[in-house]
Write a protein that binds this ligand. Structure first.
Ligand SMILES: NC(=O)c1ccc[n+]([C@@H]2O[C@H](COP(=O)([O-])OP(=O)(O)OC[C@H]3O[C@@H](n4cnc5c(N)ncnc54)[C@H](OP(=O)(O)O)[C@@H]3O)[C@@H](O)[C@H]2O)c1
Length: 327
């Protein structure tokens, strides 16, 4: 089969378009014929091996799994002996290791039926970003009607889902993004937008019940000034160029939170079956729709990652696998 292959960590130049062995399905796995794969910051972390601490999981000197890509949508080709929820021919979406390929194996509990409302390309843009947004909005921030919500990084992969979910849970949403993406954030339902390059956020002191921090890497002190007295800060990402640990602010928040009325939290989503199912229901109810910016063919995956890396993406970037199903 055709796949993107990486033998070492580095820039997008390490990604090669190659012919490799088709994976063999294990007992608890589902073999998916990939139609589309989502591109997110996690793929960038895996490609570069940064922050370095992540190599303890990914592989110290080179990636243990040389095929990148986690978000997947496609059709079940075969199932392992222990799989009970799926059969050949089912259309699915979820996460796996190595979705930048014509075929990929996924654990049964990392997949759900594809929402009928979405194309395969749209479905591939959902799993990690939307599940992260759901965890932040519903489980950690516990957004309720009337909460004043500030979303930093509202125009990106996770942010575009956060905006829609915060609105769906009744929040009054202010999205922070660059000027060129304001129209997108407003179209997704934000009540207002702030262009961070033109407006100084410090004028909004004590103004927000919830801050979802996805982009910008602002200091904890800066963010806490914007929070209401008993407000909640959820740090989702935006760790910037920190090469070694990449979670300095999350650690600070954990240590400081017991000593302040502010609730300072960080967010990690595992894109579980339950989260995928909840996201699929919100999609079917018309409350959530992926915002897709660009699609690239599999062989142009390096260009897709460069596009994400330079910060231009409006919402999600998707890899379409040539010969995959498109409907
Ligand atoms: N915790 C988890 O489980 C989890 C899961 C997924 C991702 N993440 C992390 O979340 C972060 C974002 O991921 P993503 O997929 O949404 O990335 P993305 O698509 O690149 O979006 C990041 C957004 O941040 C915006 N931004 C840049 N500088 C900003 C600033 N100073 N103020 C406000 N916004 C700014 C950019 O848009 P503008 O051009 O509008 O500025 C960009 O759209 C990454 O650090 C990623 O590692 C965490």
């Amino acid at each position: 089969m055709k796949a993107i292959f990486q033998e070492k960590y580095g820039s997008s130049d390490v990604l090669q378009f190659r012919t490799v062995e088709k994976p063999t399905v294990k007992d608890d796995e589902v073999l998916v014929r990939v139609s589309a794969a989502g591109v997110d910051r996690g793929v960038w972390h895996l490609m570069t091996g940064k922050p370095y601490v992540a190599r303890l999981v990914f592989g110290i000197f080179a990636p243990k799994n040389p095929i990148p890509g986690m978000d997947v949508a496609g059709r079940v080709e075969a199932v392992g002996k222990k799989v009970t929820r799926f059969q050949a021919g089912d259309d699915v979406f979820g996460t796996c290791e190595g979705s930048f390929a014509e075929y990929a194996c996924a654990k049964e509990d990392k997949l759900c039926p594809k929402p009928a409302r979405l194309s395969f390309a749209q479905a591939a843009a959902v799993p990690i970003s939307a599940c992260t947004a759901l965890t932040a909005v519903r489980d950690i921030a516990k957004i309720e009607p009337g909460h004043r919500v500030l979303i930093l990084g509202a125009s990106g992969g996770v942010g575009t889902y956060c905006v829609q979910l915060a609105k769906a849970f009744g929040g009054l949403v202010t999205g922070v993004c660059s000027r060129s993406k304001q129209d997108l954030v407003l179209a997704l339902g934000a009540d207002c937008v702030i262009d961070y390059s033109r407006h100084d956020l410090s004028q909004f002191r004590n103004s927000y019940d919830v801050i979802l921090d996805i982009g910008g890497n602002r200091s904890l002190t800066t963010l806490r000034r914007l929070l209401a007295i008993d407000g909640t800060l959820v740090i989702i990402g935006g760790e910037g160029g920190e090469s070694w640990f990449g979670m300095g602010r999350q650690l600070q928040a954990l240590l400081l939170s017991p000593f302040t009325r502010h609730k300072l939290r960080s967010c990690i989503s595992l894109a579980s079956k339950e989260e995928l199912q909840a996201v699929a229901e919100l999609i079917e109810a018309g409350k959530l729709t992926p915002a897709i910016d660009k699609m690239y063919p599999l062989e142009e995956a390096p260009a897709a990652i460069r596009y994400l890396e330079c910060g231009q993406a409006r919402g999600k970037v998707v890899i379409a696998v040539v010969g995959g199903l498109v409907a």
